[in-house]
Write a protein that binds this ligand. Sequence first.
Ligand code: PMP
Ligand code: GLN
Length: 392
Amino acid sequence: MPRMAQRVAALGTTIFAEINRLARQYNAINLGQGAPDFDAPPPVLEAAVQAVRSQLNQYAPNTGLLEAREAIAQHAERFYGQRLSPEQVLITAGATEAMFAAILGLSDPGDEIIVFQPVYDSYVPNMRMAGVLPRYVNLYAPNWSFDPDELAAAFTPRTKAIIINTPHNPTGKCYSRRELEIIAELCLRHNAIAITDEVYEHIIYDGGQHTRLATLDGMAERTLTISSLGKTFSATGWKVGWAIGAPELVESVNRAHQFITYSVATPLQAAAATALNLPDSYFESLRAEYQRKRDKLLAILRGAGFQTFTPQGGYFIMVDWRAAAPEHIQDDVQFAEWLIREVGVACIPPSAFYRAEDKHRAAHLARFAICKRDETLEAAAERLAAMRVSSG
Ligand code: PMP
Ligand code: GLN
């Protein structure tokens, strides 16, 4: 008798677990999963240690520690001019749980949610588990723009919500204000909710600006904004995230959250308050440091013969590998496996971010992580240079 539920049987294994396993097996330099190989800022680490030592080790309130919710609200005001009360903030186990709880709390089985493809790999499995149907709208290279008519056609009477991830994983696209206005207009016309995933909100390149959909006209009451500590404070393992927005939306998300995790690691919430209250200079230096790393990795990848897509934000660089790899390689999964085994560098095959019938769209692509120490990037550069010599 099969024991695995049908609900999960079709979901497979996440690409991140698979690539990490292969990377370990072949001792590859891992530019796959988006996890820094450097630590969070010392004051943030210290705040967590202090919290553990200050008897903050029992359950936090279900919606989150008040001081952390206040810090999240203040951060939203400081960077985006949003005015939120602590009741409009829910703390979750990372952005990942926030998204799942949002889907469960805001849609019913049979509803549709629109996503842009490539789509971050957890959203659609979340929808499947909730009985919600995904509707896909493509982002087209080289700029990863969408066709407004294609987007308009994706809205139906069953559309409950649209998910927007900006800056975008895996492409590095930052949705422009104009694009967000088009999305906002459609949400208003179809009475749909927008759920945004803004985990890379502070990692923006070339002097660009992050636009928060919730701040556009008419969108405050229909946008749920999700973000987390992981990327902004180089603490992906902490899994402290949040969902903010209109009280009714946040309450709906909490109806699910209260029965998924109930509450989130208390001492790490206390440290989140310290992190989010760091001065502007912290956020400026994070941005400058990532700019430097992005430029460094772009140069390395170009030097290795890849055609690169310059990201506007986020943790990743997408490349077209065809000019740099041996001819027998057919698709992105084969390329990623070959690169790990033969070259000793790990990347993510972006077809993981496409539905089955669209995986061919990513067959010539690879995704490399920027969030690594200079030594790591340089070690990868050496191996990639050797690849160039051996594959001609
Ligand atoms: N959303 C996106 C777009 C991501 O890239 C990631 C992971 N890097 C997450 C969510 C996960 O965030 P968290 O670790 O806070 O759950
Ligand atoms: N978001 C990270 C990435 O895209 C991975 C997170 C995870 O492993 N689930 O690399």
